[in-house]
Ligand binder design. Sequence first.
Ligand code: SOE
Length: 402
Amino acid sequence: MAQPQASEGDRTGKPPLRIGMVGYAFMGAAHSQGWRTAGHVFDLPLSPELAVICGRDADAVRAAADRHGWAGTETDWHALVERDDIDLVDICTPGDSHAEIALAALAAGKHVLCEKPLANTVAEAEAMARAAHQAAGRGQLAMVGFNYRRVPATALARRMVAEGRIGTLRHVRVAYLQDWLVDPQFPLTWRLRREQAGSGSLGDLGAHIVDLAQYLAGEQLAGVSALTETFVRERPLPSAPSSGLAAVSASGTGQVTVDDAALFTGRFASGALASFEATRYATGRKNALRIELNGERGSLAFDLERLNELEFHDGTEPAAHAGFRRILVTEPDHPYLEAWWPPGHGLGYEHTFVHQARDLVHAVAEGRAPEPSFADGLQVQRVLAAVEESAEKNSVYTPIAA
Ligand code: SOE
C-alpha cells in the first residue's frame, strides 16, 4: 500500500487517512462523529479526513455529508471503493451488504472497518476473514466495530482481569436489554427481516455481548445451549426506510423473520460458565448492557447505562469491610482518559466511536493488526450460528465450530 501523503490544506501537517464511508443512518452518524473528533482529542499519527460518504439517494447523502462534515459524496459503493483518493472504507450498512463491500474494498487495496455483526452468515464471515488475512500480507488492515470494548470502564475491566485482580474466572453473567419492539404496531423495518439483518436481537445485541464477554474473559466460548423466540410474528409495513430505531407504519403487514429475544448459556474453554440474554422486549430498558464477572479472588460489574462506573469486589479483603465498591472511571490513567476531561467529567456512548477511530488510526500508522479483527468477528458469528442451531434443537448443547 502506498503511504498516505499530507494533503494540501491539512492543518495538522500530519499525513491524512482518507475515509470513505458507506451508509449514513444511526451507525453512520456515530462513526462520523468518531472520525471527526478523534484527531481533535488525541494526538494521532495520521489525520482522519472525512473524504467521501456514500448512499443510494443523492439528496439524502448530500444532506448527510453536510450534517456530518464529509467533503464529497458517492451514490454507488462500487465507485467509492475503487477511488484512489480513499485509504479506508468504513461500512455502516445493514448486514446483508457487509461481505460484498468489504471483499471489494480489500480487493481494491483499502483498509476496512466494518460495523457489527461482521456478516449475516458464517460463510460470508469466513470469506471476509480469509480476504482480510490475505490483505494483511499486503499491509491492509481490517477491523470489526465492536465499540463496547472501547468504553473506558470495560477497557479497565479487561486490564484488571488480565492483571489477575479477580483470579480464575468462574461465572460471566451478561444481558443486553432494549424495549423498542414492545409495541406490536412498531413497523417491520430491515432489522426485523432475516434477509437484511441476518438475525434479530441475536445478531444485533447478542453479537455485542458475546464479543464483550469473550474480550473481558480473555478466552472463547466452547459451546452453548439456547432458546430464541419471536413474540410478534406479523407487523405493519413501514412507510419509508427507517432512521435509527424509529419508523412510521403504512398500510399492510408482513412477517417478522428474525428472533425477538435470545437466551443462552455457555461454557468457556477454561470451564467457566456464562449466561447471555438479548432482547428488544425488556419494557423500560433502553440500552441496558450489563455484565458481571465472578472470579476466585473477586468480581467486576459494568452497566452501560452508568458507563463511567465499574464495580469491583476484592474477595481477598477481610469480610468485615469487603464489598462491592464503585470505581469512577474518569482518571487520566484509566484507558483513553488521558486526553479527555478532568477527573469526574464523564464520557458517553459516542466516545466509544472516537476511541474506535483512534485505535484504528494508530494500527494503520504502526502497521499493527487491529482488534477486534475479522477473525474475531468470524468467531462471534460462529457462536451466533451455534446459538441458532441449539435453539432449533430445543437447547441441545452445541459446540462452537473451530
Ligand atoms: C439497536 O439495537 C442498536 O442500535 C444496535 O444496533 C447497536 O449496535 C447498539 O450499540 C445500540 O443498539
